[in-house]
Design a protein around this ligand. Structure first.
Ligand code: HEC
Ligand code: HEC
Ligand code: HEC
Ligand code: HEC
Length: 178
């Protein structure tokens, strides 16, 4: 099953021949903002176990969201440690404190909350002291960045599940009701 899914999808072979995709977070916010944010040390990936503590509603349909299963084929294949795949199929691969491997960082497997919103440590600090949102590199207050981060993974090659932002986001949210 696993082998056939990978072998029958011609996009995998094309991807293996292509240069490595740029880190989605970096593409979404721009290199200068990315470098500054990483140098500040304020943005660390925490894993979605933390998000669940306050955003329980978002986890009700989480199992129906394909992002939460995005490593199911890869982890069982010869590509399980391939940076060319993990850059889009894991959370924060290539970013300091992001996914490294199933052995070292299993809590950051698949495309989690922070795969779209960026590292959550600053938000955690703000949310637990001020009880408000804020602190994300791609938070709800940065719709431009959120749109860009979708397209950084859902490229022309990988766009079967993605049309325009509104309907694709609606499709994702149908899996994550609130
Ligand atoms: C201590 C509680 C708490 C934790 C833990 C927490 N949040 Fe929040 N979050 C809040 C509150 C309060 C708000 C503001 C009210 C709202 O929008 O629900 C918020 C708002 C948000 C928003 C919308 C506003 C914005 O800044 O973009 C996003 C996105 C978000 N949280 C994502 C996350 C993610 C991802 C995690 C895990 C990394 C997380 N939160 C962990 C309490 C928390
Ligand atoms: C630029 C980001 C990106 C890269 C790089 C990438 N993928 Fe994907 N992949 C996606 C997206 C997005 C989807 C969702 C399908 C779609 O929208 O077309 C996907 C879907 C898949 C699927 C189909 C899953 C299913 O449910 O049928 C397989 C298999 C897959 N990728 C394997 C790989 C492998 C193996 C690599 C590395 C050689 C790789 N991908 C590299 C973004 C990427
Ligand atoms: C596929 C990308 C993606 C993932 C994964 C994702 N989000 Fe979001 N989230 C968005 C986008 C895009 C918006 C802004 C939508 C808008 O502008 O209407 C958003 C908005 C939000 C908001 C504020 C709006 C609202 O509906 O309350 C919160 C809170 C939030 N996300 C929390 C989370 C949590 C918690 C997780 C993990 C369980 C998560 N998000 C995973 C893309 C994502
Ligand atoms: C870090 C990479 C990444 C980002 C960022 C990302 N996606 Fe995805 N998305 C994926 C992958 C990988 C899959 C396929 C998972 C699978 O089928 O194995 C996917 C699947 C989907 C699906 C199909 C879900 C289903 O139930 O069939 C939708 C819809 C989608 N993404 C919308 C979005 C939207 C909207 C955004 C931005 C708000 C976004 N994605 C951001 C990687 C990403």
């Amino acid at each position: 099953m696993t082998a056939s899914v990978l072998a029958n999808d011609g996009r995998v072979a094309d991807e293996l021949k292509a240069p490595m995709t740029a880190i989605p977070l970096k593409s979404a916010i721009g290199e200068a903002a990315y470098n500054e944010a990483m140098a500040s040390g304020e943005y660390v990936y925490v894993g979605d176990g933390k998000c669940r503590l306050c955003h329980r509603d978002f986890f009700i349909g989480r199992k129906q969201d394909m992002h939460d299963h995005s490593m199911r084929y890869i982890t069982q294949s010869e590509h399980r440690d391939n940076p060319k795949c993990l850059v889009c199929h894991a959370t924060g691969f290539g970013v300091k404190s992001g996914f490294v491997s199933m052995e070292k960082t299993p809590r950051l497997a698949n495309v989690q909350c922070e795969g779209c919103h960026g590292p959550g440590s600053k938000h955690l600090k703000i949310a637990s002291t001020k009880k408000t949102g804020g602190g994300f590199l791609a938070g709800a207050d940065r719709p431009d960045r959120l749109k860009k981060i979708c397209k950084s993974c859902h490229t022309d090659r990988w766009n079967r599940s993605y049309s325009d932002f509104e309907s694709s986001y609606a499709k994702y949210r149908r899996a994550v009701p609130k």
